[in-house]
Design a protein around this ligand. Sequence first.
Ligand SMILES: [Zn+2]
Length: 70
Amino acid sequence: MSVHRNARCRGPYGGEGDQAGGTGCDDPAVFEVARYRLPALRVCAVHLGPCLLLASGVLWPPEITLIGRP
Ligand SMILES: [Zn+2]
């Protein structure tokens, strides 16, 4: 898990490109959500639920990996 320890939350929208830094959440990422033809989205516990519905390319049913400590 140490590889991802410093990953930041990118939720709930999983912004790409120009929006990548504008997600407004600085919490450490706890979960990684797999997406179709996009990099996996790392999110904190609070944004896990919202990102499943709001981020683009999220698989359904969701494929979620725990990468950190809540
Ligand atoms: Zn977050």
